[in-house]
Write a new protein. Structure first.
Length: 234
């Protein structure tokens, strides 16, 4: 099938995508290194924040970040994700109440001792006030399967991997816009589908409070593994 040709079918009747020319400029080695260094400088400023300012964030920033996330690669291009922005105070309150109910059960019995010991240096507990405090929540849902207009079941592939990559894009985009985030995974998260009235083929994957850091915000003084600890060149 030639460049720019229309949709075609192969010998088995499978519809194939048309192709287009890839026209992105090739950077010189110097510009490529400079761009990589600038991205590294910016992404190293990203921290998990639990103290948010109530100041609102521009809607357009959230939408642009989600557009970036939705550009992520996915298994068979199924794009098995949905993003729900929650700003309504009552909805945020309901989410906090439901999340704290699950987290209280986790901290008081469901979590194994090893997990509690791992969390102890971060000084977290079942209270999740950031769900009220942050001006916006982004709830990422994964579509375990698709539903056609006629109700037909559409198989999705590599769903967790695809949605995980999209979440990485989303966090990078929000960080580049000067916002802070928290990756929150209250378990189980079925309450999010109920509160936000999502269909049964969607499951909550990640709950992300988004905003600006509160005044006098503090974060744990953690270290990341060194390059020697994570990089192998063969």
């Amino acid at each position: 099938m030639g460049v720019g040709a229309g949709v075609a079918s192969d010998c088995c009747g499978v519809v194939t995508f048309p192709t287009i020319a890839y026209t992105r400029e090739r950077l010189s080695p110097e510009k490529s290194i400079a761009a990589a260094r600038e991205f590294l400088r910016t992404i190293r400023q990203r921290r998990t924040v639990r103290s948010f300012s109530p100041d609102p964030v521009p809607d357009e920033v959230l939408i642009l970040a989600i557009q970036a996330a939705a550009s992520a690669p996915s298994g068979a291009n199924m794009q098995p994700w949905k993003f729900v922005i929650v700003k309504d105070p009552e909805l945020k309150r309901r989410i906090r109440v439901a999340a704290e109910k699950e987290e209280k059960a986790n901290y008081e019995g469901r979590m194994p001792e090893a997990w509690l010991r791992a969390l102890a240096p971060l000084q977290t507990d079942w209270h999740k006030e950031f769900l009220d405090m942050a001006p916006a929540l982004i709830v990422v849902f994964k579509e375990d399967y698709g539903a056609g207009p006629d109700g037909r079941h559409i198989t999705h592939y590599y769903v967790n991997e695809s949605v995980g990559i999209a979440c990485g894009f989303l966090l990078c985009a929000l960080n580049a816009a000067g916002l802070v985030t928290l990756t929150h995974t209250p378990s189980p998260m079925n309450f999010l589908r109920d509160i936000l009235d999502r269909p049964k083929n969607e499951k909550a994957f990640l709950l992300i409070p988004v905003g600006y850091p509160a005044k006098r915000c503090r974060v744990p003084d953690i270290r990341k593994k060194t390059l020697d600890e994570v990089l192998i060149v063969r």
